[in-house]
Design a protein around this ligand. Sequence first.
Ligand SMILES: [Zn+2]
Length: 316
Amino acid sequence: MRLPPIVHHPAYSVPLPEGHRFPMGKFAALARLLEARGLFDERNRHRPEPADPETLALAHDRAWVDAVLSARVEPAAERRLGLPVTPAVAARARAATGGTLAAARLALEEGIALNAAGGSHHALRRGGAGFCVFNDLAVTSLALLAEGRVRRITILDLDVHQGDGTASILAHEPRVTTVSLHCRCNWPARKQQSSLDLALDPGTGDRPYLELLDGLLPGLLRRTAPDLVLYDAGVDPHRDDRLGRLALTDAGLAERDRLVLERCREAGVPVACVIGGGYDPDLATLAARHAILFQVAADLSRRRLPLRPRRSCPGS
Ligand SMILES: [Zn+2]
């Protein structure tokens, strides 16, 4: 069986102060669960290079990059971020960002790849926010564009919160289309303007959500004609999530992920996935919820449909 490439780094889970509300252990728990299910082993394991400061500075002010990497962040900036910036947290942010970049490169080769972290979509050019240190989606987009690996990217953000940092950093980058499908009554109170924002009512539920997504995807992929889709598959739209309000079920999340991956494949567009938000206090439950995406991707690979990107680079 061919498994889709999975990018993971041991630094994805690092210690936080006792009782901290960010579920940092979920990355290690997810990797263990994927191993136990036979979805993640030496055949498809990829360890990313941590993102270097120059690459991070494509999307962030150098002052923020330097402050994080030296673990010298002002208290007010730490409060906005919601995390203490220790050397371990800084190393984690570099690894997770490098992970999304690695997944994107793998997707361009293989058609699909997944980072078992990433989706730090609240991070802004000048600083972090909402547990997001560096914006891996923006960094990855700008790095691939700078290398000439791609001409156009579409970021499809289905986390329950708006991808405000991504929208803001890429607001003046016409080669990247930012799409955010989120709950309108959720943090951040002040939204940014993505290329396309779809703000849903609390309690939307599986059926209306999936109908909207199914109606959106083919036209979106046709109109934006991306060389790569970056898919933020946050599981916080789940009905039991602490911070989400869209009332999706496990089956709804699986169908959502299937729709995205199949429509991208049908359009011949490589897709790199990141796990995004998820805040169930029970780590085993949360890891299982994030694992839905990996199961859907593996099932799609099992069906022996070709994982073939439309083109690997411009002009080739
Ligand atoms: Zn979220």
